[in-house]
Design a protein around this ligand. Structure first.
Ligand code: PXP
Length: 242
């Protein structure tokens, strides 16, 4: 049975919209764990658009499950990871102008550089995962570079429908089997939601699904009515608090 990693970047997005202190992703990590999250994922981006360094340091100290730090393989991020010591790091490609991580890592063009980065993290006892598109070549390179895990990019699967989605699902299933045969642990994520998650969750040997946007969107849908009710009650109540 696959476990659930909850990505809380979008909580930080709301906070950074006002550059204030709420909502605090550290507090929401606690709530995600209460709901059954098996790990907490945050992406510390070079431009710090959502998650801040302070969040990652505090999460490492406070969460009870596992911390998955998503990051680009830059010198700056490698130093931060070695200081924080998350349970594992997921290396992702990063472009400043993108809205979210657009595609998997290009392993082929960066074998030597990534080998060094992975060794560097593993020397600090951090397990390392590669966020890759579901293609055999990428899986073979993941093995060669020395990754412990891969995270298969499900973004394309999530965007497609009907027979096209079925073909993409088969690609993800075959990639999972190939990676397992090579001894890699397989995670998956991106674009998974309440409608499309089941087929990915039921893939044999799928280790963990990393999901963010749809869970935060659902939290707003479930929680907004109650939060409006509380505000309305404060405004309309005759009692003045001292
Ligand atoms: N996995 C990776 C590597 C990601 O970059 C993201 C998005 O931050 C996710 C999973 C979660 O994607 P979503 O927010 O669409 O669930």
């Amino acid at each position: 049975m696959a476990t659930l990693g909850v990505n809380i970047d979008h909580i930080a997005n709301v906070r950074q919209a006002r550059k204030t202190v709420e909502p605090d992703p550290v507090q929401f990590a606690f709530l995600a764990e209460l709901g059954g999250a098996d790990s907490i994922t945050v992406h510390l981006r070079e431009d710090r658009r959502h998650i801040q360094d302070r969040d990652v340091f505090l999460l490492k100290k406070t969460i009870k499950t596992k911390l998955n730090l998503e990051m680009a393989a830059t010198e700056e991020m490698l130093e931060i990871a070695k200081e924080i010591l998350p349970d594992y790091v997921t290396l992702v490609p990063e472009k400043r102008e993108e809205v979210t991580t657009e595609g998997g890592l290009d392993l082929k063009s960066n074998v030597q550089f990534l080998k060094k980065a992975v060794r560097n993290l593993k020397d600090s006892n951090i397990e390392v995962s590669a966020f890759i598109d579901p293609f055999g070549e990428q899986i073979n390179y993941s093995k060669e570079i020395g990754f412990d895990f891969i995270e298969l990019h499900t973004g394309k699967y999530a965007e497609l429908s009907g027979s096209e989605q079925f073909i993409e699902l088969q690609r993800i299933i075959e990639s999972t089997h190939l990676a397992n045969d090579l001894g890699l642990v397989v995670n998956a994520g991106h674009g998974l939601n309440y409608n499309n998650v089941k087929k990915i969750a039921s893939i044999n040997n799928m280790n963990e699904l990393n999901i963010g946007h749809s869970i935060v969107a659902r939290a707003l849908a479930i929680g907004l009515e109650k939060s409006v009710r509380e505000m309305k009650s404060l405004i309309t109540s005759n009692k003045i608090s001292k």
